[in-house]
Design a protein around this ligand. Structure first.
Ligand SMILES: C[S@@+](CC[C@H](N)C(=O)[O-])C[C@H]1O[C@@H](n2cnc3c(N)ncnc32)[C@H](O)[C@@H]1O
Length: 506
């Protein structure tokens, strides 16, 4: 990223509460209290000595779906508490911070439901299963409304009718328990501790079934799970991608070594148990990292890719390429994004952070031409293949940093009528945004899975000639606090004083 030029441009370092104001991290109220009466809740001892039980009432939710309570004048976060509920919480001191854990609900909200997942309270992968679907929708709407308040009122969130089993991509991690038995599951929040589980209710059930089969095969094939502490063992993770429309299934064994003993017999046994698997890969990840996939990849059978259909087009997907994980909601998201772009068939469109070219190719049907730019090599290769596969002739794809690409476009005096952008969670950067401002597309459509970084980037664009015209939230990740939004920005018309009339500044 280039040097900061605009003092308003700042990486968000704190999450925000629903009033859009920064709030403190969980238990982040400092333990020391300077006298004065407690402002809320009631307590029975001093948490500096030992944990105490306090009665509190939940007044709101953080962006991460945790209940906000006031205790002794301090704001604390309590996971799994719902606004309006009164509860007993256990307050303890963690370092300089206070930590509050839910012990018992005294008055229950009508929004509370029994979480269907038996691992819900240990896992942390989902944060909202204790809330009804309507309450989850309201929470996400409030979150996005608060964050986007400076830019206008968002539309009503597009929710999902069947909010379980939706993920087309899943990954499970392998290890051993203290009795040296193989376990497979998901990491507990912010740790590398595996919570053994046979089923995750937001995964495609078929994916979990295949993982259970492989786990069962490990003993007879003497396949050891990898041990992060000793560096011994073979299997680290299993990644599965499923084409929800095509039914094609990719299984990726992520191993610590390329030496796969008993490979052929293993493949034969797995194919016999699951003839529906269309391709199997071995990915080698030797690094001490939380990244699941390593760089080395070998196809063990099949094509090494799967295909799927979105918005009437077919897409080929590699193991390492990004593909939206909830195809039902993705169709709604893409439809909105293309609608917001107001294409007439003549425009030059830039699709930045384009992945395997999904938005580019869908937009190409209504545009003059589309230029896609993407960092990941495999995704660019998929995008090029996908344009051929769909008989699209008016797209070009480039590999590289989207910001650098836009700088070059601006330097060469190229034009773009519309910029579609869909950056990762960290958002875009000033190099990219400054070039958008230079290129002056009449419309920018910004898709984001993180409203906080999106709001930061919108602030930059609105300070530099753009107005937000529409914001559409979409629930792509039911049961979790995450929320996606697509925003339309248009170039403001400027008054040309010399001529005394309005002119467009592009
Ligand atoms: C949220 S995904 C969106 C992909 C695509 N628009 C879609 O809907 O499937 C973000 C994409 O940005 C890519 N990416 C991340 N940083 C990038 C950068 N600096 N320049 C270009 N692409 C980048 C990632 O590899 C990923 O494919």
């Amino acid at each position: 990223m280039s040097k900061r030029k605009n003092s308003d441009y700042k990486k968000p370092d704190k999450p925000y509460n629903q009033s859009g104001k920064p709030y403190r991290k969980q238990g982040s109220a400092k333990g020391k209290q300077k006298g004065g009466k407690p402002k809320g809740g009631s307590a029975v001892a001093d948490p500096r000595q030992k944990a105490i039980t306090a009665k509190v009432t939940c007044s709101g939710l953080t962006n991460e779906g945790k209940g906000l309570v006031t205790w002794e004048g301090k704001q604390l976060e309590v996971a799994y508490l719902i606004p309006g509920e009164t509860a007993e919480v256990r307050v303890s001191k963690k370092g300089p911070y206070l930590n509050a854990e839910l012990k018992r609900i005294i008055n229950q909200s009508k929004d509370r439901v029994n979480p269907p997942c038996p691992y819900y309270y240990e896992c942390g992968g989902c944060q909202l299963q204790h809330m009804s679907n309507q309450a989850q929708g309201r929470f996400k709407q409030n979150t996005i409304d608060a964050i986007m308040k400076p830019f206008g009122k968002p539309e009503v969130i597009l929710t999902m009718d069947q909010p379980y089993d939706y993920r087309n991509k899943s990954q499970m991690t392998f290890g051993q328990n203290k009795d040296r038995q193989v376990i497979g599951g998901l990491y507990a929040p912010s740790t590398h501790q595996i919570i053994p589980m046979d089923r995750c209710l937001i995964h495609d059930p078929k994916a979990d079934e295949i993982v259970q089969t492989i786990k069962g095969m490990m003993k007879s094939f003497k396949m050891k799970p990898y041990n992060e502490d000793t560096g011994h063992g073979f299997l680290r993770h299993i990644l599965i991608k499923i084409g929800k429309v095509s039914g094609q299934i990719m299984v990726v064994l992520v191993a610590a070594s390329p030496v796969f003993k008993g490979k052929n017999n293993f493949i034969t046994a797995l194919r016999k148990a699951h003839p529906e698997i269309t391709t199997l890969l071995l990915n080698v990840n030797k690094r001490d990292t939380s990244m699941v996939l390593g760089n080395q990849e070998k196809v063990l059978f099949g094509k090494g890719t799967i295909t799927d259909t979105l918005c009437g087009m077919t897409f080929e997907i590699s193991a390492k390429s990004f593909y939206q994980i909830n195809p039902v909601q993705t169709e709604k998201l893409y439809k909105k994004a293309i609608e917001m772009a107001d294409l007439t068939g003549k425009e030059t469109v830039v699709d930045a952070y384009c992945g395997i070219g999904t938005i580019s190719l869908i937009a190409s049907q209504k545009a003059g031409n589309v230029i896609g730019v993407e960092m990941n090599n495999d995704a660019v290769r998929d995008a090029i293949r996908n344009s051929k596969r769909n008989g699209v002739k008016n797209t070009r794809f480039y590999q590289g940093d989207a910001g650098e690409f836009m700088v070059q476009m601006a330097a060469r005096g190229k034009k773009a009528d519309v910029v579609l952008m869909d950056p990762p969670r960290s958002g875009s950067d000033e190099t990219f945004l400054a070039s958008v401002v230079k290129l002056q597309p009449k419309c920018v459509v910004y898709v984001s899975c993180n409203p906080v970084t999106q709001a930061r980037d919108l602030k930059y664009l609105t300070k530099n000639g753009y107005t937000v015209e529409a914001i559409q939230p979409v629930d792509m990740f039911p049961q979790t606090y995450h929320v996606e939004a697509v925003t339309k920005l248009v170039l403001k018309e400027k008054t040309d004083n010399r001529k005394g009339r309005f002119r467009k500044s592009y």
